[in-house]
Write a protein that binds this ligand. Structure first.
Ligand SMILES: NC(=O)c1ccc[n+]([C@@H]2O[C@H](COP(=O)([O-])OP(=O)(O)OC[C@H]3O[C@@H](n4cnc5c(N)ncnc54)[C@H](O)[C@@H]3O)[C@@H](O)[C@H]2O)c1
Length: 427
């Protein structure tokens, strides 16, 4: 068995939200690192010392780029010289809403072409149980090398939470499983050498399933509070007060909060990975499917709140000016993937509203193949709106200024909890 040492060369495939922080961490630990991404724009940005990831500063990039042991490329040819290969490519949904492993398959095929004795391959992308064994291992072994003796294979799901100020890559425990015992030990050694706390997990399938449990758990619990929010709203009970009261229980309760829906590349997608996998195995994940439905329908529910709010001022949605504040999938991130705010905007436009948006971290969004640029929400612009919807209370927002300038505002975040009721509608 080989040991991981800082003489070794690490390759990170896929330099996105997950891969770039890992790539930087490996370089900071003086590993020789190769970063591969198919997106030429990302590679060019990095080469010019520009970060596209809010967790990594330009300074971080510029500092390690000057070192001769750091390489970034769109080309896989340097792979054979690497000792540890970590795969962080997206595992999205297809146009038909099913798990799409094409990017992962493509990355694994590139590795398989160059696989050599002694290499450790680690998959970090989120996958359904059995994928590392059935999709990855079978392709890697096709060339005749055997896992556990010739090369090594591990699954270690990434658990980062972009925008989380307390927990970053360096202080989130890392699960590590292996195709064999030695594979797992090597993965443990690797992550430990980066200063991470590693939790060994008994099998690949357990590690794969644990990641799906973590994110499906969030989807289901958010659906629960979204459903309660709707019922409380209809009965004049403030859901935020309810959650705050329940959260005083020191055990057995974890607070989740309602909102425009669940977004990002993880929670809504991983939940589908789980339900689809269960369905393939001949079972149905009824609770998770229902949770997905409740969360997916939140933009329609919010649209109805907007309609009722406008009606109170004798206005109708068609033709009304609606400003949406905060369009990323959660507070203080710039990621708009699967963002429910985009679905809300789409729905409002379909109903004939004149919709504009602002987000301090997002300059433009694409709605129905049309690019929408953010507006400048000065008090003059805000005062001309029939309704302002605070979808996310980004830290950069001057909430009292927004409140004062608006004639009607819907707060989906409870950030305006202490503001006077007039002109304010709460979720
Ligand atoms: N974003 C998160 O917060 C998060 C958290 C935990 C786990 N994950 C999981 O990690 C994986 C990666 O997610 P992400 O958010 O970093 O995605 P991302 O889209 O931000 O980054 C992935 C990168 O991989 C590149 N890429 C795609 N196919 C490639 C290939 N075949 N070869 C080389 N590069 C390729 C893309 O150009 C992109 O830059 C997914 O499976 C996701 O579910 C994401």
């Amino acid at each position: 068995m080989q040991n991981i040492s800082d003489q070794q060369k690490i390759c990170v495939i896929g330099l996105g939200y997950v891969g770039l922080p890992l790539f930087v961490l490996a370089a900071q630990n003086n590993y020789s690192v190769l970063g591969i991404d198919l997106d030429k724009d990302k590679i060019d940005n990095l080469k010019y010392g520009k970060s596209y990831n809010q967790e990594i500063s330009d300074y971080d990039i510029q500092t390690f780029l000057t070192k001769d042991f750091v390489t970034i490329s769109t080309d896989y040819s340097g792979l054979s010289s690497c000792d540890v290969i970590v795969v962080c490519v997206p595992t999205p949904l297809s146009a038909k809403g099913k798990p799409d492993y094409s990017l992962l398959s493509r990355a694994v095929d590139e590795i398989a072409l160059r696989l050599r004795q002694g290499q450790l391959v680690i998959i970090e992308s989120t996958v359904a149980p059995g994928t590392t064994k059935n999709l990855v291992l079978s392709r890697l072994q096709a060339g005749g090398l055997s896992v556990g003796t010739d090369f090594f294979l591990s699954y270690s799901p990434e658990r980062i939470d972009p925008g989380n100020k307390s927990y970053k890559l360096n202080n989130i425990p890392k699960l590590a499983a292996g195709a064999t015992h030695i594979c797992r030990l090597l993965a443990q050694n690797f992550y430990s050498s980066l200063g991470l706390t590693v939790i060994p997990v008994p099998s690949l399938a357990v590690a794969e399933m644990a990641k799906l449990l973590e994110n499906t758990y969030r989807d289901v619990n958010i659906a629960l509070v979204n459903e309660m929010a709707q019922i409380c709203h209809a009965n004049n009970i403030n859901i935020w007060d309810v959650i705050n009261a329940a959260a005083t229980k020191p055990f057995g309760f974890h607070a989740f909060y309602p909102g425009v829906g669940v977004g990002g590349h993880c929670v809504p997608i991983d939940s589908v990975y789980f339900t689809h996998w269960a369905w393939e195995k001949g079972t149905s994940a009824k609770l998770c499917e229902l949770a997905r439905k409740i969360n997916t329908e939140m933009p329609s529910y919010i649209t109805n709140i907007i309609i009722n709010t406008l009606a109170a001022s004798n206005k109708i949605l068609r033709g009304s000016k609606i400003l949406i504040l905060g369009v990323s999938y959660k507070k203080d991130t710039n990621d708009v993937r699967e963002s429910s705010a985009l679905k809300l905007i789409t729905q409002l436009q379909m109903e004939g509203a004149q919709v504009s948006f602002h987000d301090p971290m997002v300059e433009s969004i694409e709605i129905n193949s049309t690019i929408l640029h953010r507006v400048t929400p000065d008090s003059n612009f805000i005062s001309q709106q029939d309704c302002v919807v605070l979808a996310l209370a980004h830290s950069a927002y001057n909430l009292s200024g927004i409140y004062s300038a608006s004639t009607s505002i819907i707060d989906l975040t409870n950030a305006m909890a202490d503001y006077p009721e007039n002109r304010l509608t709460r979720l």
